[in-house]
Design a protein around this ligand. Structure first.
Ligand code: SAH
Length: 462
């Protein structure tokens, strides 16, 4: 999954798709919320403002951090919105963008800084200056490259980032007695673990080549997947013996152990170690950790993605997306987008384990979050101002750069009817609707649960 998405040679995000083709948008493979409506990013900007108010309106030290910024649209909308709150805008020291793809870093730089703006390289990453705010923007390939400074107040957003992080999948099997238990053939040095009773063990699902001459029929491509791509080059097979990952990942949480004892043989599990790493990093930045003590927790992280909201562990959710259709995740690696459901409960667990200075709210449905943030009211104002200004309002992004970007984003709204359709799509609670499938989760400074963030049951602080 990692190689297919972000490898230097032929990763889906890092340049495998032919030049001139785009991952995003109607002509690409998928459409994301910030690309559907400017209102989405505006409300996230407002959410950051409500947190900045609730956390004492600091006059400096705020860092905006986005992981997986795609075309840069969300950050652009967030920045435009925060500009309307000059005291908060003045409190921002720097903007960080965590982006693995060189091509997308360039797209983001062109949108936020201008085509002609230079991008310089340093030990930390790549630097340019935001044209509308004059703030420094720093691009890094991983969040680890962004210095952790306890005095800073990080405002972190991750939209459709966690679903792109690689997962490991496991199945629970019964191992008969007197067989070597948790040992692979390669590992003859460890003491024998012969069992006298059948035991339950996790086995990892591994990616292996399909037999030569395979067809969609011989591989039984499920009806949920389009057959427009060639028969898959790879398939998932169950490992014959324990693997490094099967020995520790499924043992890393009481949630997984409970599934093993409750369901037993046939139980399935998906675990995303990178998601836990990112969540732990966010938590340490906000709440401090043993390695990075922080006198006063501050800042916030907002994670928006799809996955179960009821604490169940995702199973069988690896999917391939090509031109808005579900395809086999194993066909034409590098040309197909891959993703898996996000385990929000695992993110919450990892954050709380990483820092005592944070608490987690949600996940809540995207529809509930956006409605509480005022999506209806904001859309109504936008529609009214568009109608009043003959389709061109001070509220709509009219500066040249954004107008050009909007041309490229053919699906972004421009007429009142489009705005109406777009915001309703974001909160659609019907089967498969974005309002229900997508969830929001917030990590904030620990406060004994006394203050709930806006959108998660709380109100704007006085
Ligand atoms: N947030 C954007 C884009 C989502 S697509 C939107 O909603 O439109 C996922 C983004 O994460 C892309 O920008 C991709 O290049 C980036 N990405 C995926 N895996 C990554 C990784 N391991 N490290 C850094 N960036 C990654």
């Amino acid at each position: 999954m990692r190689m297919c998405l972000t490898s230097d040679i032929g990763g889906y995000y890092s340049g495998a798709i032919p030049e001139g083709r785009d991952q995003f948008g109607l002509k690409g493979d998928f459409v994301t919320s910030p690309e559907i409506s400017q209102v989405f990013g505006e409300l996230i900007g407002i959410w950051f403002v409500t947190e900045w108010i609730a956390q004492g309106r600091p006059s400096r030290g705020v860092e905006l951090i986005e992981v997986g910024p795609g075309r840069g649209t969300l950050m652009n909308d967030i920045l435009r919105t925060i500009q309307s709150f000059p005291a908060m805008a003045d409190s921002i020291d720097a903007i960080y963008m965590v982006e693995a793809s060189r091509e997308l870093r360039a797209t983001q730089k062109n949108l936020l800084c201008g085509d002609d703006a230079p991008m310089t390289e340093s030990k930390v990453g790549y630097h340019s200056i935001c044209r509308n705010t004059s703030l420094p923007i720093v691009w890094t390939e991983t969040i680890k490259s962004i210095p952790i400074v306890p005095e800073k107040m990080p405002f972190i957003v991750a939209h459709e980032f966690f679903d792109a992080l690689p997962i490991h999948a496991f199945e629970c099997i019964e191992v008969p007695p007197n067989q070597d238990a948790a040992r692979s053939d390669a590992d003859k040095s460890s003491p024998s673990t012969r069992t006298t009773k059948p035991t339950l063990q996790w086995r990892e699902m591994l990616v292996s080549p399909t037999p030569p001459g395979s067809t969609h029929d011989s591989l039984r491509t499920p009806p949920s997947q389009s057959r427009e791509t060639p028969p898959p080059d790879f398939q998932l097979t169950l490992a014959q013996a324990a693997t490094r990952h099967s020995m520790y990942l499924p043992e890393s949480s009481p949630r997984y152990r409970a599934i093993k004892s409750r369901t037993g043989v046939g139980a399935l599990l998906e675990v995303c170690p990178d998601a836990a790493l990112y969540a732990s990093d966010f938590a340490a930045r906000i709440g401090g950790s043993a390695q990075h003590p922080k006198a006063k927790p501050s800042g916030v992280a907002l994670i928006l993605d799809y996955g179960p909201g009821d604490g169940t562990v995702p199973t069988n959710t690896l999917r391939g997306i090509r031109r808005h259709r579900r395809v086999s995740p194993f066909a034409e690696p590098g040309l197909t987008d891959l993703s898996a459901d996000v385990d929000f409960a695992a993110i919450a667990e990892a954050s709380m384990r990483a820092s005592e200075g944070i608490e987690v709210h949600g996940p809540v449905d995207q529809a509930a979050f956006l409605e509480a943030m005022g999506i209806r009211e904001r859309a109504e104002i936008l529609i009214k101002s568009l109608a009043g200004a003959g389709g061109n309002s001070p509220d709509s992004p009219t500066d040249d750069a954004t107008a050009v970007a909007d041309d490229a984003r053919e699906q972004r709204e421009s007429a009142p009817a489009d705005i109406e359709r777009a915001w309703k799509r974001l909160i659609d609670r019907g089967p498969g609707g974005m309002g229900k499938v997508y969830k929001a989760l917030a990590i904030l400074p620990e406060n004994d649960g006394r203050r709930r963030p806006v959108g998660f049951g709380g109100a704007v602080a006085a």
